[in-house]
Design a protein around this ligand. Structure first.
Ligand code: ADP
Length: 666
């Protein structure tokens, strides 16, 4: 007997064409749990026939093993997988092993209850195109009953919606991006608005041909305090612009659309309504605003900075520069500038002339090489200190100019300028030929020294005779002779200290001042000097408060002269309040500090350092009758420095002064 094969049998009722019909017909169903198609129930054959003739993607799982069928419409979802055609006739569980946990509950629901399922855009990832692909499906499972009314199979009607879902997601993404961009634009607009309102530049918008103030920020309004601008045409709000160039410029920007920039442009304008029209200077930009997508200008944006003060400063600086230039030319002062990076010096003609250079650019070493040997080290050290500390440089020294045989004295002054990071950039200053002045000074010093010497001899003899006379008149202490002798002694002491001062100066100048150190009790010396001064300072009260009890190694005579000078000054520069305090104590380790406090006229703090310069007398003293030569403090300072100490003053005008000096202790 001929048993028809599956194909022969199935061809009877599986009509039509299609890949899946062919495959189902040729499949060896006898090898599955469904058995030979001749044993298939009519319900399976009918469902299968409907499914295979449908253009809607469908799967059918039949029997207890859920043997799988699918139609041509479902086929594309398996492209790129190795499922097709192997999953035909296989168990549903084996075909969809990876996603069975998602599918099984749905299948169970249908088989156990007959209730259909519905899932929309459900993600079921499958291995396709050599990778795990996220595939979305909209599908429904429905129950297929057999002839006996048993739940025999599950019909899966499905549609792959991956493209739709992805398109939707892309759309959602695009929408949220759009919303984000919208927010961003709104944010930017708010920021711009705030920026325009808070900008330190004056900003306004002049709208239309009439140039009506459409927007005015507070900084712009401040340029015209109290004047009503907003909503008014320019020529109404600021009528003074009529006839001024600025109006033409604005009209040109309007007609050409071209941006106009100006720096320090003069525009005569008033600050307030009815205020005086004055010359004001502005940096500004006029920028045309056009309709979107058109060339038509509809407004002008104005950004303006008032620079009137800056311009007047600049003019002032220009004037000062010219005056300075004239002054420098007239005073025959040379100028120079050292670049720190290259150590190149730019010289003015006068400087080149003083140094004998024929060119105006030289290396710093070329200038310093011309300094005479005995001054070179001092000058270079001072210059290096100025380089590193931004302090002033001020030195007097001798150079032998190029081509000259004799040296000349020069005075060099300068200052270092740092860049914005605090790094030294350059040093600039002046130079003056002070040879004549120096020669005069030397002559004067020689003369003073000679006269002082000459005067010292007769003074010593007078002193001797006075001492002799004093001894002779001792019995008659209150007699006229005795009183006169006391007065003569005071005057002699004053004269002696003056002559000694001059002599010391000339010794100092010529480097002939030496320290004759010995160990002595400082308190005792102070007491002696106070006692000497009491004689000369009638009515003054000296109070030696704290004593040090130290012995120091120093030149007793010279320290005595420092004390004499400071106490003498305390007396000389005090009128009504006649209390003088002397302190001697250790304030910093290794040094004894002597302070002399008076309640006199005081000194302005501007003069604190100048007081110790040679021949310096304070401005307020010069006009008064208090005599002096301005050498006492200079000499005192030199003596203290020679000992390795410091000297300084603290003072307040009208209250009094404290002169302090320190000396090293052993
Ligand atoms: P001289 O007293 O001869 O002028 P000094 O060198 O001793 O010279 O003093 C310099 C200047 O300092 C004085 O001219 C005076 O202006 C000021 N000076 C010094 N001591 C005092 C003081 N105790 N009080 C006020 N000014 C003083």
């Amino acid at each position: 007997m001929h048993i028809p094969n599956d194909d022969e049998y199935l061809s009877k009722f599986l009509k039509g064409k299609g890949e899946m019909i062919e495959l189902i017909r040729n499949f060896n169903w006898s090898a599955t749990s469904l058995g030979h198609p001749s044993s298939w129930p009519q319900s399976l054959i009918t469902t299968l026939s409907n499914m295979l003739n449908s253009r809607f993607p469908m799967l059918l799982w039949w029997g207890p093993d859920l043997i799988q069928f699918y139609n041509d419409a479902y086929r594309p979802s398996l492209f790129g997988t190795d499922f097709h055609p192997h999953v035909l006739g296989s168990k549903a569980k084996d075909s969809w092993l990876e996603v069975w946990t998602i599918i099984e509950p749905l299948v169970d629901q249908v088989i156990n209850t007959g209730e259909p399922t519905w899932s929309e855009d459900q993600l079921i990832s499958i291995f396709r195109n050599n990778k795990v692909e996220h595939v979305y499906w909209t599908f429904g499972y429905s129950c297929v009953y057999d002839e006996l009314g048993n739940r025999a199979g599950v019909l899966v009607i499905c549609n792959e919606t991956t493209e739709k879902v992805l398109a939707l997601e892309a759309l959602k993404h695009a929408k949220s991006e759009l919303e984000y961009s919208k927010k961003q634009v709104e944010n930017d607009r708010d920021n711009l608005n705030n920026f325009l309102l808070e900008a330190p530049a004056g900003i306004c918008i002049l709208s239309g041909v009439d140039m009506v103030y459409e927007f005015v920020n507070p900084s712009y309004q401040q340029l015209f305090p109290g004047r009503v601008l907003l909503g008014k045409p320019l020529i109404e709000a600021l009528p003074e612009v009529i006839g001024d160039d600025v109006l033409n410029i604005l009209q040109q920007v309007f007609s050409t659309g071209k941006t106009y920039r100006a720096e320090a442009l003069l525009i005569p304008l008033a600050y307030t309504d009815k205020g005086e029209i004055i010359d004001r200077y502005f940096n500004f930009i006029y920028q045309a605003r056009k309709d979107f997508g058109s060339d038509e200008v509809n407004a002008i944006s104005v950004f303006a900075f008032e620079v009137t003060e800056l311009v007047s400063f600049r003019k002032e600086i220009e004037r000062s520069k010219n005056t300075l230039k004239l002054a420098i030319e007239a005073a025959t002062i040379g100028t120079w500038k050292v670049d720190y990076k290259t150590m190149e010096v730019i010289l003015s003609e006068k400087t080149a002339d003083i140094y004998g250079f024929s060119e105006l650019h030289v290396h710093l070493s070329a200038m310093e090489d011309l300094i005479v040997a005995e001054h070179q080290e001092r000058v270079v050290e001072a210059r290096m200190l100025t380089f590193s500390s931004e302090s002033d440089f001020k030195e007097e020294f001798c150079i032998v100019p190029i081509g000259a045989t004799n040296s000349k004295w020069v005075k060099l002054q300068g200052k270092t300028y740092n860049d914005m990071f605090g790094e030294p950039m350059f040093m600039t200053g002046t130079v003056m030929d002070i040879s004549e002045q120096k020669i005069d000074e030397i002559r004067k010093n020689d003369f003073i020294s000679m006269v002082s010497h000459e005067m010292k001899t007769p003074l010593t003899s007078i002193n001797l005779y006075v001492q002799l006379l004093k001894m002779k008149t001792e019995e008659d202490e209150n007699g006229i002779l005795s009183k006169s002798l006391k007065k003569i002694t005071i005057q002699l002491k004053k004269m002696e200290s003056l002559i000694n001062g001059f002599l010391n100066i000339s010794r100092l100048e010529s480097g002939r001042i030496y320290l004759d150190n010995e160990l002595f009790d400082l308190d005792l010396l102070i007491e002696e000097i106070i006692a000497d001064n009491v004689v000369m300072a009638q009515g003054f009260e000296f109070n030696f408060r704290s004593k040090s009890n130290v012995s120091i190694r120093a030149d007793r005579y010279k320290i005595g002269s420092v004390l004499t000078n400071l106490l003498g000054n305390a007396v000389k520069y005090s009128h009504d309040r006649k209390k003088i305090l002397v302190d001697c104590s250790i304030k910093e380790p290794g040094f004894i500090c002597v302070s002399i406090t008076d309640q006199g006229m005081g000194i302005s703090n501007k003069e604190f350092t100048k007081l110790f310069e040679r021949y310096y007398r304070s401005e307020s003293i010069k006009a008064s009758t208090i005599s002096g030569f301005g050498i006492g403090l200079y000499l005192s300072a030199e003596i203290v420095l020679l000992h390795g100490g410091k000297i300084w003053v603290d003072s307040e005008m009208g209250t009094g002064s404290v002169f302090n000096f320190t000396l090293p202790i052993e």
